[in-house]
Design a protein around this ligand. Structure first.
Ligand code: N01
Length: 550
């Protein structure tokens, strides 16, 4: 039975009987990152009995786990935080345009306290499985510690870049030195001083940590598989005057985020690179190279991300930048991407990255020329030689977008495991639900999220909250979607990436960074305003594409 339309009410009576059982909830949210905390706040505010579970010992999500040296925003700090709360906006002070991990973690702890979320957060708790009980219409959620919870609604807010992945290269168990993954970085200080260190991976995480390792290590070996188009972050401090201005213009900043495809204050220039002379075009590229953050990616000529030859002109400009910053011409050429153009993958931002390769204690190892064959007791064996190492840093990224969800071993109706259901790529309707997985919602999951994540997940959080209230108020026991609705959304999602320059890249957005993973587009390329419009339209049409059962 389809729903007849959303209700305006936000208060729901919670039966006393349920309150008596401390393992039974209206909703369980997984993930204490920026999205999960917001989802908890909304459900708590609506009067539901809700618990948030997180494997970490603190809140913060990716900003809890990725505590490696150099981790910081690539979005403007004030564009990433919560806009819904005037108190948070007025009380928090950002100190840098692109805040570092410690500051972001402090902000999310501040938000958790200020919003009164702590009583409903259970930390140090990793979900081991979630199984839908068709008779009771509840999810049975188990944890690695053996706890069992029952919940009507199960909401994943686990992030799209939070299931770390390692190379399939054998022998890590033989290796006797220290090793770390950037996304599982310990709280204790890690010293590189006087050590021979390998960093594997040159994506955003690798590019951020490498200068810090290079500063202290006796020798750093950078194991690079694919070079990236890396541009300067040009970070700067936020003065008291500027912070006052940010607060005063907060609403305008928010509106700029809401209207931009990426959910950021940046929008592409209203001109093509061919509207100007090559000299004027290169002058614009130079301006963008000196500009802060992702301006190069998000504030460029309109055709850079769409037209091959426009894109090639920027690639030539950036390649010359690398050549001008790296002394050894052979090393410089190895650092210049040849398999993709700028913007086909999310570009890492750097601070002194290329100059690292001018240091005598740094060696660039191309795993294309010299594949890694095994980890050994002493280090890494390649086809050419053994590298003896005191430490290996894996900056090897994630089983992106779906890995963090499927690793929870979710089983829907008819004993259907979600990881099998998604074997050929995610199937969702509006990125919110999958057929035969009733009352399971994804916020910040596949086929929905791209750009500045909190700007799109805040819309999902509100949507999911209203949908849950609608279910409860109308006495339904289940909301789910249909395979027909999923097919329609899949077609729309795939149509949106077809023919774009991104479509041909080997990137985590297609899962192609993970060996053996089937290629499927995991995000949504229609832009945040269009996504927002799509989910609003479905709701306004009486939750079209969703099915409600008593
Ligand atoms: O992960 P990645 P990341 N042998 O997948 C290499 C966000 N983020 O953690 O390109 C050798 O980009 C892999 O090589 P290749 C941001 O959205 C944001 O760096 O697959 N190398 C690549 O070089 C970003 O896009 C910030 O050929 C192997 C690297 O490891 C996303 O997270 C900071 C390998 C992984 O790069 C992911 O970034 C950090 C193997 N077997 C992250 N396997 C901010 O600034 C993988 N690699 C906010």
């Amino acid at each position: 039975m389809s729903g007849t339309g959303p209700s305006e009410s936000t208060e729901v009576e919670t039966p006393d009987a349920r309150l008596e059982d401390d393992r039974t909830f209206d909703a369980i949210v997984v993930g204490a990152g920026i999205t999960g905390l917001h989802q908890l706040y909304r459900l708590q505010e609506a009067g539901l009995k809700v618990r948030l579970l997180d494997a970490g010992s603190g809140v913060g999500g990716v900003w809890y786990w990725n505590r490696y040296p150099g981790a910081r925003f690539d979005a403007e700090s004030y564009s990433y935080g919560y806009f819904f709360s005037e108190e948070l906006r007025n009380e928090w002070t950002w100190t840098e345009e692109y805040a570092g991990q410690p500051e972001i973690e402090r902000y999310l702890n501040f938000a958790a306290d200020r919003l009164g979320l702590r009583p409903n957060i259970q930390l140090n708790t990793r979900v081991a499985s979630a199984t839908f009980d068709e008779n009771e219409h509840v999810w049975i959620v188990t944890t690695e510690a053996g706890e069992v919870f029952r919940t009507t609604f199960f909401i994943t807010a686990v992030g799209i870049l939070s299931a770390p992945q390692f190379p399939r290269t054998p022998g890590l168990d033989q290796y006797s030195g220290e090793w770390y993954h950037t996304a599982l970085w310990p709280k204790e200080e890690v010293s590189f001083a006087g050590k021979r260190v390998a960093v594997i991976g040159t994506g955003s995480s690798g590019v951020q940590i490498i200068p810090f390792v290079a500063e202290d290590a006796e020798h750093l070996f950078v194991f690079q598989r694919t070079p990236n188009w890396v541009t300067p972050i040009n970070n700067f401090a936020i003065t008291a005057e500027r912070m006052a201005e940010i607060r005063a213009t907060s609403e305008a900043i928010y509106q700029a985020c809401l209207t931009s495809p990426s959910g950021s204050p940046h929008s592409p220039m209203n001109m093509l690179s061919t509207d100007v002379t090559p000299e004027e075009r290169d002058a614009q590229f130079e301006r963008l190279y000196q500009a802060p953050g992702l301006t190069m990616a998000l504030g460029n000529f309109r055709d850079i991300s769409r037209n091959q030859s426009a894109n090639a002109s920027l690639n030539a400009f950036l390649a010359n930048k690398i050549r001008s910053r790296v002394n050894d011409p052979e090393v410089a050429e190895k650092l210049i991407p040849t398999d993709h153009g700028f913007g086909q993958k999310r570009p890492p931002l750097e601070n002194g990255y290329f100059e690292v390769f001018n240091q005598p204690n740094v060696t660039l190892v191309s795993t294309v020329d010299e594949p890694m064959t095994s980890f050994t007791e002493k280090g890494i064996q390649t086809t050419e030689q053994e590298y003896e190492l005191d430490m290996i840093v894996f900056a090897t990224g994630f089983e992106a977008v779906t890995g963090s969800i499927t690793r929870m071993n979710i089983t829907g109706k008819g004993g259907q495991p979600l990881d099998e259901y998604w074997l050929d790529g995610p199937r969702t309707y509006l990125g919110l639900q999958s057929a035969n997985f009733p009352n399971l919602f994804y916020v910040g999951g596949p086929q929905s999220a791209a750009g500045t994540i909190p700007r799109i997940t805040e819309t999902q959080v509100d949507w999911v909250t209203e949908c849950i209230l609608y279910v409860l108020e109308n006495g339904y026991s289940e909301v789910t979607t249909t395979t027909a609705a999923e097919d329609e959304w899949n077609d729309h999602v795939n149509e949106g990436i077809k023919g774009t320059l991104q479509e041909t890249a080997s990137s985590w957005a297609f899962g192609s960074n993970v060996e053996g993973r089937r290629r499927a587009y995991l995000l949504y390329n229609g832009g945040q305003p269009q996504y927002r419009q799509k989910i609003a339209e479905a709701k306004d049409a009486g939750y079209a594409g969703f099915v409600f059962n008593k």
